[in-house]
Each structure stands twice: as C-alpha cells, then as structure tokens.
Design a protein around this ligand. Structure first.
Ligand SMILES: [Cu+2]
Length: 203
C-alpha cells in the first residue's frame, strides 16, 4: 500500500552576536510551491501567564489560529495588544479566559498586561505552517516538510537586521535533514523592571 511520507527536516541553530546560543528566535520555512502548504492538525497554540510573565516569551502560530491565553497565576491579568496585526484585549481575568483569540493577519503581535507593565510577549503570525522557536540551546527542528524548495528566514524580537536579510533558499528532499545556522546581532532587551509597577491593589 502506498503511503506518502514527508521526511524532510530542517535543523536550526541560532547564536547571538557574541556567539552565545539564542532562545526565542522564530525560523519559518515558506515553500515556493504553495501546494506544499499543508494545514497543521491539532493546532492549539497557547500563551500562558506564569509568575507574571508570558510563557513562552515568543510564540509562533500559523495564520488563522485560535490562541488560548490561560492564566496560571492566582492573580488577575489584563492582556492586550495594540499591534496592527491584531488589536485586542482580554479584560481582567483569572483562570481560563472566555474565548481563544483569532490571529488572521500575518505579522508580529506584541503582548502586554495592563496590570504588570513589565510583562512582554510576542506572537509571530506565520503565513507558512512550517516554523519553530529556538529553545534555550539555540536549537530547533522543523519537521514533515514536503519535498521542494523553500525560503527560510529568522526573526527575533531584538534583532537589528531585517527578517528578509536572513533569507536563504534551500531544497528539501525526503530523508535528508538540512542544517542551517544564523548569527544575529541584537539590540539590548527592552524590559521594564518588575518593581516599576505602582498599582498594588491586590492584583
Ligand atoms: Cu499581568
């Protein structure tokens, strides 16, 4: 019985300007042939709130995904974004919020919390279903790529160069993993100190 196996993979490795392994970079692989775009199954991305931080800090999602924003803290958060790719807010809540949020435009959505000014997170809304976020060791794996040609790019919230400047074109074939590495020059992290909040009304 014939069965189609998609075994193409891209292993990625991301370093910062000093050569340290870099977490929270998003690598996307866009097929040149659009019929190689296969919608992901069981696609339920989550941005959690843990210890008054967004977790993960960067979450790549496929366009038209419904993203859940559970709150794992025992205090309330008020999540919002002013980004053109998605303006929304989830007024003060604890526990599971009422409804997941639809992200239907490509781009970067910057997340904040009205209560905790230092909380900062990013949703990368991708037009390709093939992407990965680099882990603490700077590594990641994009699996199940149909054979064909791809443009692969990297984005990171602190990168100085443009995402387009990182583009590489590669051919993917079954059973051969491509290894791609990037070194990104970064701006300093923009982060308000956690004690900057003066709204201590029991939140
Ligand atoms: Cu908060």
């Amino acid at each position: 019985m014939a069965s189609q196996v998609y075994a193409g993979e891209i292993r990625i490795s991301i370093k910062d300007g000093q050569g340290q392994m870099l977490e929270d970079a998003v690598v996307t692989a866009t097929p040149l042939d659009s019929k190689n775009i296969i919608k992901p199954k069981n696609n339920k991305p989550v941005v959690d709130q843990v210890s008054k931080e967004f977790l993960p800090h960067v979450v790549p999602v496929y366009i038209n995904s419904l993203v859940s924003f559970p709150n794992s803290d025992n205090i309330r958060h008020h999540v919002y974004s002013f980004s053109p790719a998605k303006k929304f807010e989830l007024p003060l809540y604890s526990g599971t919020s009422a409804a997941p949020v639809l992200f239907d435009k490509p781009g970067i959505v910057t997340l904040g919390c009205n209560i905790h000014d230092w909380m900062l997170g990013y949703i990368y809304v991708s037009e390709t279903p093939y992407f990965v976020r680099s882990e603490k060791d700077g590594k990641g794996l994009i699996r199940s790529l149909p054979e064909g040609e791809y443009v692969v790019k990297v984005w990171h919230p602190q990168m100085i160069d443009t995402e387009d400047s990182t583009a590489r074109r590669i051919a993917i074939s079954d059973a051969v993993a491509a290894n791609l590495e990037w070194q990104l020059s970064l701006k300093p992290a923009f982060k308000l100190p956690r004690n900057a909040v003066g709204k201590g009304f029991g939140y």
